[in-house]
Each structure stands twice: as C-alpha cells, then as structure tokens.
Design a protein around this ligand. Structure first.
Ligand SMILES: NC(=O)c1ccc[n+]([C@@H]2O[C@H](COP(=O)([O-])OP(=O)(O)OC[C@H]3O[C@@H](n4cnc5c(N)ncnc54)[C@H](OP(=O)(O)O)[C@@H]3O)[C@@H](O)[C@H]2O)c1
Length: 334
C-alpha cells in the first residue's frame, strides 16, 4: 500500500524541496500538497512530476490562517483518504521582517555576535496583524491552523494499524523568553515568529503525551537559515550577494547556515527515515551544514517543560471550542 504524506506549504522553499527529496527516498509515496494558492500548487506538482513521472501527487487547497479553510480541507482529506502516514506541518510566515540595522551594529560589538548572526535574535522587526477569525496572524498560520488540522485529521492519523507521524517545521529562533501562556497569541509582544515557533515546540510535546498510545508521534525540526521567499526580502538582493562570502566563512564556526531549501530539508527527510517510536519527543532535530558544505542532522534538547506544554494544549482546546462555536453562530445567522 502506498504511504500517504501530506505537506503544508509545499508550494515553495523548504516544503517544496522536502517533497522532491521524499520522492527520491520513495517514489511509491502518495504525496498530497496542501497549499493556499492552487496555481502555485499546480506549478509545484508539475515540477515534481517532471522530476519523478511515476509519482502520485495530488493537492488540496488550504489557507492555514483561515479556520473555515482548514475545516474544509480536513473534510476533503477525510473524504479522499482512509489514512495518513505522515503530515509535515511546514507552512509558515514571518510578517514583513525588516532588519533592525542599529541592533545589528550594536550586536557586532557584543559578546553575542556569533549567536546573533546564527539565530537573527533581536535583529528583525515584524508586523503581525489580526485575521478575519480574530486571531493574531502569525499564531493562526504557524500554530493554530495546524493544530486544528491535526485535530480534524485524527481519525486518519490514529487508526491503530501502525504508527503515523507529525513533523513540525520549527526554528532555532523558538525562544522561551518570547512566549507567554497568558498571551500565547503574542498580541502584546514584538517577537510573534519566535513565540509561534516556541508554541509549536510545546504543542509537539503535548501531542506526544496525548497521542503516542494511539500510534501518533510528533517531532520538531529546524531547517536552519535558508534563502527562501520568507527570508530573501529582508535585505536587498545586492546585500545578500555582498554577505555571501561572510556567510560561507561563518559556516566554519556555526552549522546553521544551510542556505538552500534542499539542505534545509535534511532533518525533515532524516526524520521520515527514522522509526517514530525511537525519537526523543523532547529533542529538536536540526538541519546543519559544515564549512565544507556537507549536510547532516544534529539533535538539541528543547528548553521547555511538559507541564507548560500540557497547559498550552488545554488553552488551544478551549480556543478551538470557542472559535468553532463562533463559526457555527455566524453560519446560523447567514
Ligand atoms: N527560511 C528560513 O531561514 C527558515 C528558518 C527556520 C524555519 N523556517 C520555517 O520553514 C517553513 C517554510 O518556510 P520557507 O523558509 O520555506 O519559506 P517560504 O518559501 O515562504 O515557504 C512558506 C510556505 O508556507 C506557505 N504558506 C504561508 N502562509 C500560508 C497560509 N496561510 N496557508 C497555507 N500556506 C501558507 C507558503 O505558500 P505560498 O507559496 O502561497 O506563499 C509557502 O509554501 C516555515 O514554517 C518557516 O517558519 C524557515
């Protein structure tokens, strides 16, 4: 039987590279591309088929920041498939990231210069906004839309006839200091992206506690720093070109500059090869690239506690009940 793998955000960047690499691993997969833009999904599908003509590739339209779209897509997937073997929760945004030049200059004269260059911590300003569902957009896209998708796909994932897995594209930029249980949507903060990635790490831990006994395993990965649609616009193209020799040199000091989506997909593909039961639920799996350009995977213990993960999960369940009731109320009125 063909394994069925769903990838959100498969239209570009690491999601698209991941699809290509998964088909190189196993061209017998049924790959379902979960994308918000049907034209971009079709372009990705055509390119993947050109590289692997025997592959079975379909797509489903989903905007993960729009809760109705998530519910519709999940219903469509339940109609189409009996089971899902793996879901990559990869779609994500960093809203209008801009380089804070003064923070960069100050950082060069601090002891944290390498750390700053590796994680971009404190270097990017972002502008979050509120979605039509009344949620913070970064939280809705990176976390809650995916949480709802997993909840709605549980019947396909927890079938009891072998393990299924979730893989979240998190980040090295997930920081405990930027997350608060009291403001988990990050309405009042300046680091919505980091907060959302930390929330993702907590959620993965909580899902393992809830669903391992039903055969569903969750892992988190970081693809490293890549040039993709998300990051390329932060600086003018010529600045990236000027920076490139420095980044290549930095690779001898730190291994997080994967640079290409192909390299960035390393940990995501590596996870696919592992038995999900054998993975550490408290580790984040990192794509890494050496100074000489070889790519490998490392594991890092996540800076979180299971009690917070559990409490966050319950907050998400409450929010789910609330938003579903709101959507039903709106439907009843129209
Ligand atoms: N780039 C990095 O250095 C880096 C580092 C660490 C982690 N990551 C993570 O890697 C993941 C992929 O990002 P990327 O770097 O590959 O950037 P990207 O090329 O911009 O890919 C983002 C993907 O997410 C999709 N997407 C965005 N909002 C969506 C929505 N509301 N509904 C459905 N799909 C949506 C995009 O679709 P469209 O094609 O329609 O825009 C695109 O396919 C993200 O979760 C990101 O946080 C990236």
């Amino acid at each position: 039987m063909r394994k069925v793998v769903l990838v959100t955000g498969a239209s570009s960047g690491v999601g698209r590279a991941l699809c290509q690499r998964l088909l190189q691993e196993d061209d017998g997969l049924h790959l379902c591309l979960a994308c918000r833009n049907p034209d971009r999904a079709e372009a990705a599908r055509a390119a993947l088929l050109a590289a692997c003509p025997s592959a079975q590739i379909t797509s489903v339209q989903v905007d993960v920041s729009d809760l109705r779209s998530v519910l519709r897509a999940a219903a469509e997937l339940r109609r189409r498939f009996q089971r899902l073997d793996c879901v990559y929760l990869n779609a994500g945004i960093m809203p209008q990231p801009q380089l804070d030049v003064s923070a960069l200059l100050l950082g060069f004269f601090s002891r944290k210069v390498i750390h700053m260059l590796c994680t971009a911590e404190g270097l990017l300003t972002q502008h979050d906004k509120v979605t039509a569902d009344g949620l913070q957009e970064v939280f809705a896209t990176n976390v809650f839309g995916h949480f709802l998708l997993v909840r709605e796909l549980e019947p396909l994932l927890c079938r009891g006839d072998g393990p299924a897995r979730l893989v979240w594209t998190s980040s090295r930029n997930a920081r405990k200091a930027n997350f608060s249980l009291q403001d988990f949507q990050h309405r009042g903060g300046q680091e919505p992206y980091s907060s959302s990635k930390y929330a993702m790490d907590l959620l993965s831990v909580a899902l393992n506690r809830k669903l391992n006994q039903r055969g569903l395993y969750s892992s988190v990965a970081c693809p490293g720093t890549m040039l993709t649609n998300m990051t390329y616009g932060i600086l003018p193209a010529f600045v990236w070109t000027l920076l490139m020799p420095i980044i290549w040199l930095l690779r001898f000091l730190v291994d997080s500059f994967t640079l290409t989506p192909h390299n960035g997909a390393e940990a995501l593909v590596w996870l696919f090869r592992q038995k999900p039961e054998s993975l550490d639920p408290l580790s984040k799996y990192l794509s890494a690239t050496s100074g000489f350009g070889s790519t490998y995977v490392t594991a890092q213990q996540m800076d979180l506690d299971e009690d917070t993960a559990e409490r966050f999960y319950h907050s998400l369940l409450e929010l789910e009940t609330h938003v579903k009731a709101t959507l039903q109320g709106a439907d009843a009125q129209s």
